[in-house]
Ligand binder design. Structure first.
Ligand code: 5RP
Length: 235
């Protein structure tokens, strides 16, 4: 369920802009995905130049990349707080006249459980995106991580909520995607999501749901890389 589209140049601009917000001594949440990867690489170069930071990865992928580029790693339970988290999104609600302005759909990389944990713990959550991620109303399928025993029961409850769930299938492996936490992912289409907060509350209540990919009232800023610069949305 990764988002297609979005130029690499735009992603790079967004990621590198976010890395500029990281100051010496910071504890940094390291999100997942191709846009955040540009931020992690930029932080690696800054570390080579003397920046001292500790990173908290949100997935196997971001941990591997952070190790490759030489970022010292830590964990949530070993720090007093997280200064800033940088993370991508599959869709960003971009209409300032709606209540869901700045809400996100995440989980295209099936990493949204740890991403939400780390992003929500940060004093400042910086989203990095390209213009293909912006939407007036969120409407992509919402990734929902479930414990394996729960997938059929949760799918039934999601249909009762008006959704159309699909168990995410793996590529390069038979059977379903298994998350870094050993769970499964249902991608649930709801059509246009006019009230992300209300849907988020209903999803969080379902037994067997570990975490869903609606991020409401969490982002502080989105950097949108474009063909020739970076646009900023402050929330
Ligand atoms: C992973 C995510 C990613 O941040 C999201 O899929 C965006 O990825 P990309 O920057 O590659 O488009 O939520 O779970």
């Amino acid at each position: 369920m990764k988002t297609a589209g979005g130029s690499d140049a735009a992603k790079r601009r967004a990621g590198e802009r976010a890395a500029q917000d990281v100051t010496d001594g910071a504890v940094v949440g390291l999100g997942t995905g191709s846009t955040t990867a540009y931020a992690i690489e930029a932080l690696g170069r800054a570390v080579d130049d003397g920046l001292e930071i500790r990173g908290i990865p949100t997935s196997f992928q971001s941990r591997q990349l952070a190790l490759e580029v030489g970022i010292e790693l830590t964990t949530l339970d070993a720090v007093d707080g997280v200064d800033l988290a940088i993370d991508g999104a599959d869709q960003v609600a971009d209409d300032p006249d709606t209540t869901g302005y700045g809400a996100l759909i995440k989980g295209g990389g099936a990493a949204h459980t740890r991403e939400k944990l780390v992003d929500a713990a940060a004093d400042r959550f910086v989203v990095v995106a390209d213009p293909s991620k912006l939407a007036g109303t969120l409407e992509r399928s919402v990734p929902i991580e479930v414990i394996p025993d729960a997938h059929t029961v949760v799918a039934d409850r999601l249909r009762e909520l008006g959704g159309e769930p699909t168990l995410r299938e793996a590529e390069g492996k038979d059977g379903p995607v298994v998350t870094d936490n050993g769970n499964l992912v249902l991608d649930c289409a709801f059509g246009p999501i006019d009230d992300p907060d209300s849907l988020a509350t209903r999803l969080a209540r379902l037994p067997g749901v570990v975490e869903h990919g609606l991020f409401v009232d969490l982002a502080d800023v989105t950097y949108v890389g474009t063909d020739d610069g970076v646009e900023t949305r402050e929330y």
